[in-house]
Ligand binder design. Structure first.
Ligand SMILES: Cc1cc2nc3c(=O)[nH]c(=O)nc-3n(C[C@H](O)[C@H](O)[C@H](O)COP(=O)(O)OP(=O)(O)OC[C@H]3O[C@@H](n4cnc5c(N)ncnc54)[C@H](O)[C@@H]3O)c2cc1C
Ligand SMILES: Cc1cc2nc3c(=O)[nH]c(=O)nc-3n(C[C@H](O)[C@H](O)[C@H](O)COP(=O)(O)O)c2cc1C
Length: 611
C-alpha cells in the first residue's frame, strides 16, 4: 500500500508498512473493507498532522457519503441504525455508523447527509450515550447547517407523555439551524418495525436518489462482535426457552418483623445448550405471557368471546384470548389507544385529559392506570378485530443480569420486583405483565429469553481500578454480577456498594451474600440506607453525601462509578448528590462540578443503567 504513494507523502514508516503488510495478508476481502472503514473512522476522530497527509488521505480513501449516528440506551436504536447501515452499504453507498458519543462534533458543519436514530429516555431525556451530542446540537455553539440534508428515526414509547421527545427535538433543531429535511422523521413506538421499516425504505430511496454509488466503505462496527450474533441462533426475535431453576421470594413475609411490602424474586434460569453468552452489565430480555386472570377480566368487561378467531392486518388468525395473552400489550396504556377509546366512549373527561398533552393528568393516567381501569371507568364497545388492531404488540422487558457467568456457568440470575398492587373496588389486583409472568413461572417450566448487551455498563478493563456501586432496590442486581466477577477474576481494585430499600428486616436483598463478601474481602465497603427504619427517611444519596470526602477521594484516584435502579427519582437525586460532593470536596463551582461529572461519563467512569 505505501509503495504506491509518492515518497514525500508516505504517511507511515517502513516498519509500519511491514506490519501492515502482515496484517493485510491475513485478511480476506470483507476483512480488508472492514479495516479500511475502521481506519477511516479512527482517522476522523484524530487530528490530522499535516495538510499533505490530508491531501493524500482524500485521494486514497473514499469519503463516506452518509453518516448514521445513533443514541441508544437499551439497544433498540443501535439495532435499527446497524440495519440501515447494512442496507445502505449493500446498495453500494459509502456509509459510516457511529454511536453518538463517538461522533466528532466539529465535523457536523461539514456533513452533507446525516441520519440520526435515537431513543428517548427518562422523562423526555436523551440516552446516556447521546447527552453531549444532543446538548451540542441544542446549544449555542451548534453551527449553521445550510448544506446538510438529514432525517431522524425517533424511538420511544407512547405510554410516556413525552413520546419520542428527543428525536422530535433534534429534528426541529436541525431545521432551525438551516438544514433540509431529506425525508420525513419516523416516530417509532414499541412496535418499532411498523414505523422503522417504511422509514428505512425512504432512507434507501433517498440515498439512491442523492448519492452516487461508490466502492463501499466498510461500516465502522464495534470492535467486539456481538456475542449473540457470533454465538448463534437465539436472538430477540428468536428467543431461547430457558428453564426456570429457582424462583424464590427474597423479601420477607410471615414473620412480622421481617414483613416486606414488596415481593422481590430471585430467579435462576438455565441457558444450557443455548450458546448465549453475557458479560456483567448485560440484561436479559424476557418475552412474557399476560396474566390469565387479566385476560379473562378484559374479555368479561368487553363482553367478547375469547374463542372467536381474529385476523390481523398481517394476515395471522388466532383466537382472541391468544391475541390478548401473547401478542398484545394489555397492561400499559398508550396515547394512540386512549385517543381511539375516547372517541368510542364519547368521554368528554378523557378528551380533556388528552388535550392537555404532556400535562400532569395525562402523565398520571399513563403511569397509574391500566387498560382494564380505563375500560371500566369509560365504557365503550369494541369489536374483537378492532381491539386487536388498536392495541400495541406485546414487547419484551429487560432485566439486569445478577450473576457472573464465570461463577454460575450456563445460568443467568435475575432480581425481579413482582408488580402486584390492589385497586379500590376490585377483588383482583393489578399486575405487571412480565414481572408477574416471572413470579408465576414454575421451577422446571421455561421462559423465552435473549441477551441484550450493554457496552456502556462494563467493569473497568483495568482490574486495579476501584469501583463504587450505587444500587438501591433491584438496582443491586448487576452489582451482584460485578462483585462475583471481580472476586472470581481476582481483581485487585476495591468494591464499594451503596444499597438501600425500605426496611432492613425484610428488604435487605442478598443480605447473607453481602455479609459473606465483606468477610471474604470480595466486597470492601457496604453502606446501607433503609429509608423507613427511623422517623426521617434515609436514602442512598444521603449515605453518599455523608461519605462525600471518601467518595471524592476514590474518584480522584481513578474509581469508576455505577448507578442502577429507579430512573424517576433515585438516579436524579444521586446525580445531584454527586455534583454536591464534587463541588464541596473538590473545591469546585457548580459548573466545574458538572464538567467533572460529564468528563467522568465521557471516560466511561460514570455509567448508569436506570429504568
Ligand atoms: C435496562 C433495564 C434493566 C432492568 N432491570 C430490572 C431488574 O433488574 N429488576 C426489575 O424488577 N426490573 C428491571 N427493569 C424493569 C423491567 O424491565 C420492567 O419494566 C418491570 O418489571 C415492569 O414490567 P412489567 O411487564 O412487570 O409491568 P408492565 O406490564 O410493563 O407495567 C405495569 C403497569 O402498571 C403500572 N404500575 C406499576 N406499578 C404501579 C403501582 N405501584 N401503582 C400504579 N400503577 C403501577 C405501570 O405504569 C404500568 O402501566 C429493567 C428495565 C430496564 C430498561
Ligand atoms: C426508563 C425509561 C424511560 C423512558 N422514557 C421515555 C420517554 O420519556 N418518552 C418516550 O417516548 N419513550 C421513553 N422510553 C421508551 C424508550 O425510548 C423505548 O423503549 C426505546 O425503544 C428504547 O430504545 P433504546 O433501546 O435504543 O434506548 C423510556 C424507556 C425507559 C426504559
Amino acid at each position: 500500500m505505501s509503495a504506491v504513494l509518492p515518497a514525500q507523502f508516505q504517511p507511515i514508516t517502513d516498519e509500519q508498512a511491514a506490519l501492515l503488510g502482515r496484517l493485510t495478508d491475513a485478511l480476506d476481502h470483507s476483512g480488508l473493507w472492514w479495516l479500511s472503514g475502521y481506519a477511516a473512522g479512527l482517522a476522523r476522530g484524530r487530528t490530522v498532522p499535516t495538510t499533505a497527509l490530508a491531501a493524500v488521505a482524500s485521494e486514497t480513501i473514499a469519503t463516506p457519503q452518509l453518516t448514521i449516528v445513533y443514541g441508544s440506551q437499551t439497544g433498540n436504536a443501535r439495532r435499527q441504525a446497524e440495519a440501515l447501515s447494512t442496507q445502505i452499504e449493500a446498495a453500494g453507498f459509502g456509509v459510516r455508523l457511529l454511536r453518538a458519543d463517538a461522533y466528532p462534533l466539529r465535523e457536523l458543519k461539514n456533513e452533507r447527509h446525516l441520519v440520526i436514530v435515537i431513543s428517548t429516555q427518562g422523562d423526555g431525556d436523551p440516552p446516556d450515550d447521546a447527552r453531549a451530542f444532543v446538548e451540542f446540537i441544542a446549544g449555542k455553539r451548534a453551527p449553521k447547517l445550510p448544506d446538510l440534508r438529514y432525517s431522524v428515526l425517533a424511538l420511544g414509547d407512547s405510554s410516556y407523555p413525552k413520546f419520542c421527545a428527543i428525536g422530535r427535538q433534534l429534528d426541529a433543531r436541525l431545521a432551525e439551524l438551516g438544514a433540509t429535511r431529506w425525508f420525513e422523521r419516523g416516530d417509532a413506538d414499541l412496535d418499532i418495525d411498523t414505523v422503522a421499516t417504511p422509514w428505512m425504505a425512504n432512507a434507501l430511496a433517498a440515498a439512491k436518489d442523492a448519492l452516487k454509488p461508490q466502492v463501499p466503505l466498510a461500516t465502522v462496527t464495534p470492535l467486539r462482535p456481538h456475542a449473540q450474533a457470533a454465538a448463534g441462533i437465539y436472538t430477540r426475535d428468536h428467543p431461547f426457552p430457558a428453564e426456570v431453576l429457582v424462583n424464590q421470594r427474597i423479601t420477607g413475609r410471615g414473620d412480622r418483623r421481617a414483613t416486606s411490602n414488596k415481593d422481590v424474586r430471585h430467579v435462576e434460569l438455565s441457558l444450557e445448550g443455548s450458546g448465549l453468552k453475557y458479560e456483567p452489565g448485560d440484561a436479559l430480555g424476557v418475552w412474557p405471557t399476560n396474566p390469565p386472570r387479566l385476560v379473562a377480566a378484559l374479555l368479561a368487561t368487553l363482553q367478547l368471546d375469547g374463542d372467536a378467531p381474529v385476523s390481523s392486518h398481517g394476515g395471522q388468525t388466532l383466537p382472541l384470548h391468544e391475541w390478548l395473552s401473547t401478542k398484545r400489550e394489555i397492561t400499559r396504556l398508550s396515547r394512540p389507544f386512549l385517543t381511539q377509546h375516547a372517541q368510542r366512549a364519547g368521554a368528554v373527561a378523557l378528551d380533556a385529559i388528552l388535550a392537555t398533552d404532556g400535562m400532569a393528568a395525562l402523565a398520571d393516567l399513563l403511569a397509574n392506570r391500566q387498560l382494564i381501569d380505563l375500560l371500566r371507568e369509560y365504557p365503550a364497545a369494541w369489536k374483537a378485530d378492532e381491539l386487536v388492531a388498536a392495541l400495541r404488540p406485546l414487547a419484551p422487558r429487560l432485566y439486569s443480569i445478577a450473576s457472573s457467568a464465570r461463577v454460575v456457568g450456563e445460568e443467568a440470575h435475575l432480581t425481579v420486583t413482582h408488580i402486584e398492587y390492589a385497586v379500590d373496588g376490585d377483588a383482583d389486583p393489578r399486575w405487571g405483565t412480565t414481572s408477574d409472568f416471572l413470579a408465576r413461572s414454575n421451577e422446571g417450566g421455561t421462559v423465552p429469553v435473549f441477551i441484550e448487551r450493554n457496552e456502556r455498563f462494563r467493569l473497568p478493563s483495568e482490574a486495579s481500578r476501584d469501583i463504587i456501586l450505587i444500587g438501591p432496590g433491584t438496582g443491586v442486581a448487576p452489582f451482584r454480577a460485578f462483585v462475583q466477577e471481580r472476586a472470581e477474576s481476582g481483581a485487585s481494585g476495591r468494591n464499594w456498594l451503596f444499597f438501600g430499600n425500605p426496611h432492613a428486616h425484610g428488604d435487605f436483598l442478598y443480605q447473607l451474600e453481602w455479609q459473606d463478601a465483606l468477610k471474604s474481602g470480595a466486597l470492601h465497603r457496604l453502606d446501607l440506607a433503609f429509608s423507613r427504619d427511623q422517623p426521617h427517611k434515609i436514602y442512598v444519596q444521603d449515605r453518599l453525601r455523608e461519605r462525600g470526602a471518601e467518595v471524592f477521594g476514590w474518584l480522584q484516584s481513578g474509581a469508576h462509578l455505577y448507578v442502577c435502579g429507579d430512573a424517576t427519582r433515585m438516579a436524579k437525586d444521586v446525580h445531584s448528590a454527586l455534583l454536591d460532593i464534587i463541588a464541596t470536596h473538590g473545591g469546585k463551582s457548580a459548573d466545574e462540578a458538572n464538567d467533572y461529572l460529564n468528563d467522568l461519563q465521557a471516560q466511561g467512569r460514570y455509567a448508569r443503567d436506570v429504568y
